[in-house]
Each structure stands twice: as structure tokens, then as C-alpha cells.
Design a protein. Structure first.
Ligand code: UN1
Length: 505
């Protein structure tokens, strides 16, 4: 495909998805496709006044939206899910073009949006509060969950639309409104998603201003973070970003939902089913070119299986097809940009200095464009869990370490600053249950006999320690998007005080 045809295809997709030309032509933010490194759009950025107006509109919309019964709010999300189904092929394709994901992963990302819409529709009839036993006669005590306000969503390039939808679908049924700052590397998929949302909102007869996209860099993100009208900010990205955002939110007592770095490990025990391991590790470590926050980055392999597993992994690593993610058969698309490639090479350099034997990791497919960065995924056999292993590098590097003692492996597994996702491959019940137990993995996601990535939306998603502690998507993650009121109602004629206090006037 020639340079101009990729830009043309992008423009056609955007037109079909309902995005006005003026939003993505002639603007100040150049968007490149990592597939070829060529420019595919010039997006208009939101200035400070525009950001202020978006927040003001969201705040105004919140005042009406919070009064709409939750199941009616769910109806909007049901209609949005239908728009996503109808547009799945186009939006998935745009994800592939803008973020470089292979076709099935681009489509999978849109499926994840559809799934969370379905979840949110059901949730809209299940925003339950508790009834609590009260110590006072003729009293009733209960909890009520109310809409919270404007929710700011800051998302990353690697899941350019799904992560927003986990937040937005839930926030909207909870009665909140949403202002979204997508990654400046992937504004097109955000504009397309917003256009689909607006279609659904028009069909639902929903008020204007429920959702807005603000496009730009750090300044726009800071505007959301610092604005007192924004009640909560859900931010996905690096730990460095979280460190900048969290104290600013804390200083104004705003709610923070943080999903930051992961450095996900897996333990391969002596009884592991190695066929499962090879497939599970390959998807988790190589999939999305190592650019998921749940990507498998550290592998602890028991001494007794190390020498049979490693050749199989090396074979899988050497055989995966790297290339244009639009082509059938490709499993590894490009890194997002040159900076990602440089960081990967720097990490491999450090690993070698620490004594690693590195297989792969070199640049590939330079024929696809000088400004496109494809790599052979890297396996780095490490003598120990050194500093570089404890650091998240957003690229396909799997650090492999041997172990002999299960408890020592568990300790090493937890000895990193991040705590997102984790796995054990074992058929030993004691090991599996220990890994899941209080002294097991310290992560927010803990799996047995499947890799750490590719979570379903039904569970709460997020992690501990430097991962930030936030939870998004399923289970009761919705509670972070609402405010809880504890209500005590006296239906008697007396006024008994709690704790037996007497106060007669
Ligand atoms: C992310 O990389 O920010 O569990 C999210 C997974 C996906 C989501 C990843 N469902 O890998």
C-alpha cells in the first residue's frame, strides 16, 4: 500500500464512522500510523478555552443526567453497544491503523467495548445499596448510591478505545458525565468513538454534553486533573504519569482511579503442562508486540523444566510472523514509535551488561518504512532479577529466570514495585492455591494456567503498589464512579441516640 493510500483509507474510515473532515485535516497534531510511520491525519487540538467549555458542558449535563433513572441511562448504553456492533469492522480497522494492532486484536478491542456496554446495561438495574441493622428501635439504616459528577478519563495509546469504554460505560449508567483525553498518539479512534456515541445519544434523546473528547498533550491532561468541576479522574499510563497526577488530585480531594505500570510475572512449576505454557506465554509476552500493561515480562521457570521449555519458547519466538498488522498471518505488529524502539534497545543493552543471554530483539521489517519500528520479540535469559527486570519496558522483552525453590520464586515474583497481573502454570494444587492465597501473588489479577494478559471485562481490572490501586470494568468497580450516602430514618416518636448517649433538653 502506498503512503497516500493509508491516509486515504483513514479518511474514508473516519467519514464512515461519522467524524467531520475538519476534525482531522489541517490541525496542529500530526498523527502517524506505526504500520509505515507515515502521517495519516492532522487533528485539531483543543485549546484551554475548549477544554473549559467541555468541562462546563459536562457539568451542566450532569445536573440533568443524574436525575434520569439508572435503567433509562442504561438504554443509552444499550444503543451505544448497537452502534459499536454495526461499526465493529471499521473501528477495529482504525485501531489497527492508528495503534498497529493485528486485525483480530483491533476487532477484539471493539468487542471489549461491546462487552462492557452489555455489562453496564445490566448494571444499570443493579446499583444496589445495603440495608444495615440499626441499634435503635423504629429506625432504618441504609446506603444509597448517587451519581458522582464529571469523570475525566485519560487513556493510553495501547488500548486507545477499550479502556475509555470501561470507564465511560460504567460512569454513564452511574449518572456521571465524561470528558476524555485520549493519548496524543491515538486521537482518531477517540474521535470515531465519540461520533458513534453521539449517534446513540441522538437516538436515545439523551441530553447534550454527556461525553466529550479533548485532544492535546500534557496541558490538557493537567487542566482535567486540576479542575474542581471534575470529581474523579481515571488515568491509564506510566507510573511516572501517575506520580504526577495522583498528588494533584489528592490536593483537591478528587477521586483517582489509577491504572499504571505493570511488570507481570509467571511461575512455571515442575508439573506445568508445557504445551499450555508455550501457547500461554507466547500470547501474553508477544501479543500486541509486548505493549499491554498486562504483558508478561518476567518468567520464573523451575530448573527441572527449564531445559525442555526454553528451546520450545525460542522456536516460537523465532517463528512468529512480524509485519504489517493488516495482513493475515501477522502476529507481531509494530512498536508505537521510535522512542519505544530506543527504550527497548536500551533495556536489552542493560540486560546484556547484567549477564543476560538475549535471543531476538533486533529491528525487523525495515522494508516497511524507515519511520516504522518492528522488532523480533526478545527472550532474555537472566542470571538474576536485576534492576532492568524490575523496570517496566513497554516492548516485547521476556526476562527468563531459573528457580529451584517455590517459596523463593514466589518471593522474587513479588519483589518488584508493580502489582498488576500474574500467573502460575502448575498442576499442583498446593502451589496453585498458595499462589492465590494471602501469601501468594501480591497483584490485582492472579491467574492459574492462563497468562496474565487478556482479561475479560466481568472482573475488576487493576493492580496494587505502583500500578496505582484503581479498579475499572466489572465486579463492583462501579462504586468508584458513585458517591455513597448512609441514611438513617426514624419512623418512631422517640429520639434514641446511638451509643446510649442521653441529651435531654
Ligand atoms: C491495558 O493494557 O491497559 O487484560 C489494558 C488485558 C486487556 C486490557 C489491557 N483486556 O490484557
Amino acid at each position: 500500500m502506498s503512503a497516500s493510500s493509508l491516509a486515504r483509507e483513514t479518511a474514508d474510515l473516519l467519514a464512515r464512522l461519522g467524524v467531520a473532515d475538519s476534525a482531522h485535516a489541517g490541525g496542529s497534531l500530526a498523527v502517524t500510523s506505526p504500520i509505515t510511520g507515515e502521517r495519516i491525519a492532522e487533528v485539531r487540538e483543543t485549546d484551554a478555552a475548549g477544554c473549559d467549555a467541555a468541562i462546563a458542558a459536562a457539568e451542566a449535563a450532569f445536573r440533568t443526567w443524574r436525575l434520569v433513572p439508572a435503567p433509562k441511562r442504561g438504554e443509552l448504553i444499550r444503543l451505544f453497544g448497537l452502534e459499536l456492533r454495526a461499526a465493529k469492522a471499521d473501528l477495529g480497522r482504525l485501531v489497527t491503523i492508528e495503534a498497529g494492532k493485528i486485525v483480530s486484536e483491533g476487532l477484539g478491542e471493539v468487542q471489549e467495548m461491546i462487552d462492557i456496554c452489555d455489562f453496564a446495561v445490566g448494571l444499570s438495574r443493579q446499583l444496589y445499596g445495603l440495608t444495615v441493622a440499626t441499634e435503635r428501635p423504629s429506625h432504618r439504616m441504609m446506603e444509597t448510591w448517587h451519581p458522582l459528577g464529571v469523570v475525566g478519563v485519560i487513556s493510553a495509546f495501547n488500548f486507545p478505545v477499550a479502556v475509555w469504554s470501561w470507564n465511560a460505560a460504567i460512569a454513564l449508567v452511574c449518572g456521571d458525565t465524561v470528558v476524555w483525553k485520549p493519548s496524543e498518539k491515538t486521537p482518531l479512534t477517540a474521535l470515531a468513538t465519540q461520533a458513534l456515541f453521539e449517534k446513540a445519544a441522538a437516538k436515545a434523546g439523551a441530553p447534550a454534553g454527556l461525553s466529550a473528547v479533548v485532544v492535546g498533550g500534557r496541558a490538557i491532561g493537567e487542566a482535567l486533573v486540576d479542575d474542581v468541576r471534575v470529581a474523579a479522574v481515571s488515568a491509564t499510563g506510566s507510573t511516572a504519569m501517575g506520580r504526577a497526577v495522583a498528588p494533584r488530585l489528592a490536593s483537591r480531594f478528587a477521586r483517582a482511579i489509577l491504572e499504571l505500570g505493570g511488570n507481570n510475572g509467571a511461575i512455571i512449576a515442575p508439573s506445568a503442562d508445557l504445551d499450555l505454557v508455550v501457547r500461554g506465554v507466547a500470547f501474553a509476552a508477544i501479543g500486541t508486540a509486548g505493549q499491554r500493561c498486562t504483558t508478561l515480562r518476567r518468567l520464573f521457570v523451575h530448573d527441572s523444566v527449564y531445559d525442555s521449555l526454553l528451546p520450545r519458547l525460542r522456536k516460537a519466538y523465532a517463528s512468529v510472523t512480524i509485519g504489517d498488522p493488516r495482513e493475515a498471518g501477522t502476529l507481531v505488529g509494530p512498536l508505537i514509535d521510535k522512542a519505544a524502539y530506543d527504550r527497548m534497545q536500551a533495556a536489552l543493552q542493560k540486560a546484556r551488561a547484567d549477564g543476560a543471554t538475549v535471543h531476538g530483539g533486533e529491528r525487523a521489517r525495515e522494508d516497511l518504512g524507515g519511520n516504522a519500528f518492528y522488532v523480533r520479540p526478545a527472550l532474555a535469559e537472566m542470571p538474576a532479577q536485576t534492576e532492568v527486570v524490575r523496570t517496566e519496558t513497554f516492548a516485547p522483552i521476556l526476562y527468563v529466570m531459573r528457580y529451584t525453590d517455590f517459596d523463593a520464586a514466589l518471593e522474587a515474583h513479588n519483589a518488584v514495585p508493580q502489582g498488576l497481573s500474574s500467573s502460575i502454570f502448575t498442576n499442583d494444587l498446593r502451589e496453585a492455591e498458595t499462589f492465590l492465597s494471602a501469601r501468594g501473588s501480591d497483584c490485582g489479577i492472579v491467574n492459574v494456567n492462563i497468562g496474565p494478559s487478556g482479561a475479560e471485562i466481568g472482573g475488576a481490572f487493576g493492580g496494587e503498589k505502583e500500578t496505582g490501586g484503581g479498579r475499572e470494568a466489572g465486579s463492583d468497580a462501579w462504586k468508584a464512579y458513585m458517591r455513597r450516602a448512609t441514611n438513617t430514618i426514624n419512623y418512631g416518636r422517640d429520639l434514641p441516640l446511638a451509643q446510649g448517649v442521653s441529651f435531654d433538653v
